[in-house]
Design a protein around this ligand. Structure first.
Ligand SMILES: C[S@@+](CC[C@H](N)C(=O)[O-])C[C@H]1O[C@@H](n2cnc3c(N)ncnc32)[C@H](O)[C@@H]1O
Length: 192
């Protein structure tokens, strides 16, 4: 089953144009969070064939953005897989972006911490676990695992706790029913 779910993201047909809205909203959240946002450089991980976040950045003005995924979708797409540890192509940019990606990762806390070694800010989306018990909860969990292929099931407080353990949450938004988190890695004084 896991091999089937992995290969899903090798097919351009698996990606939905509707998800571009989330990247648009994430960039708007970042721009409203950080005073020097217009000078920021970005790295979009798990960009897929359309790189929706990079597209939003390009449409917003002259800011640089680099794209990465488990598959080299185009010549400028670097290879990064957070589950296998293939992360040596990760660049140093101001912002590391994970839009629709955290759900597929084996170790979310370690990945968010890793981004803090490469970026001043993190910009994340996450589809939170909401049902906790009873038949509705069981059905929803099966849907997350079997249909979604998601590897983790955090509630809103839990994903906020993980983000707060690696940085400071600057702003919180919502898009496509998912939470958006803009995180500063450099504001935590215990890292100094
Ligand atoms: C739901 S798609 C999101 C695509 C795009 N970011 C968007 O918002 O439309 C999930 C993406 O996460 C990527 N992904 C899944 N597992 C990954 C991993 N272990 N490391 C890096 N990217 C991964 C997939 O290749 C795919 O591009």
């Amino acid at each position: 089953m896991d091999r089937l779910l992995q290969s899903r993201w090798d097919n351009a047909e698996s990606y939905q144009a509707a998800w571009h809205r989330r990247s648009h909203d994430m960039l708007a959240l970042f721009d409203s969070s950080v005073p020097d946002a217009q000078e920021a450089s970005f790295a979009e991980y798990g960009c897929g064939p359309d790189a929706p976040f990079a597209t939003s950045v390009a449409a917003s003005g002259p800011r640089t953005v680099r794209t990465y995924d488990r598959k080299r979708w185009h010549a400028d797409c670097g290879l990064v897989d957070f589950n296998t540890g293939a992360t040596k192509e990760m660049p140093k940019t101001d912002v590391g972006v994970l839009s629709g990606v955290l759900e597929y990762l084996d170790d979310v806390p370690a990945t968010l911490a890793l981004l803090g070694q490469h970026h001043r800010f993190g910009l994340f989306s996450y589809a939170c676990w909401t049902e906790t018990s009873g038949s509705a909860g069981i059905s929803a969990l099966d849907h997350r695992c079997h249909r979604g292929g998601w590897h983790n099931h955090y509630t809103l407080p839990q994903i906020a706790e993980i983000a707060s353990s690696v940085g400071v949450i600057l702003r919180v938004g919502e898009s496509l029913g998912q939470v958006l988190l803009a995180v500063s890695y450099v504001m935590r004084t215990d890292h100094l």
